[in-house]
Design a protein around this ligand. Sequence first.
Ligand SMILES: Nc1nc2c(c(=O)[nH]1)N[C@H]1C(S)=C(S)[C@@H](COP(=O)(O)O)O[C@H]1N2
Ligand SMILES: [Mo]
Length: 195
Amino acid sequence: MFFKKKADPAVQGRIPPGQHLTRKWPVLHVGQIPRFDPATWKFETSGLVEAPMELDWAAFGELPQVDLTTDFHCVTTWSKLDMVWRGVPIAEILGRTRPAPEATHVIIHSHGGYATNLPLDVVNDDDVLLATGCDGTPLTPDHGYPLRLVVPKRYAWKSAKWLRALEFTSADQPGFWELRGYHNNAEPWAEERFG
Ligand SMILES: Nc1nc2c(c(=O)[nH]1)N[C@H]1C(S)=C(S)[C@@H](COP(=O)(O)O)O[C@H]1N2
Ligand SMILES: [Mo]
């Protein structure tokens, strides 16, 4: 069957408009890949939460992790299907840090100053992970080691690499790309590329 791979309808139905399938995993980011230092690394929650968290790498490693297969859509038009992420479900964080009733948004902060923003109800979804690995191995430095956010239902710039903090707020606060003309909501099936 020489032409079996062409236009598989099951695959086509998972590629949002204007996107194409990639089998490679491109690397995209601004700035430098940070060096991981387990002595100084920490993950924090802050802002409108009942119990702010501050975890070092060892403590973070004690949180429960799961494997979850999801698709990944970059605004530069590549989509990668069936990525097997390993990570801490966002529910494990929300359950511990307990956002206050006034919290409506999450500002996602990475090492080096990259940030992105999402409504709390978008972050609070079953497929959102704080990922430590993909496809059976730890994340490589270029893909966010040791920790990145994964938000499969939004364009990939919302999936911050080198994640360091989640800040809960009562007002939205555009992040790096949102301030530079990208759409605030970034939903691939609605092609929310530019604001
Ligand atoms: N900290 C940080 N995270 C980031 C970015 C970045 O520049 N800095 N780029 C985003 C963009 S635009 C994309 S497409 C994805 C790419 O993830 P990948 O390099 O693992 O494919 O990371 C996102 N996360
Ligand atoms: Mo991107």
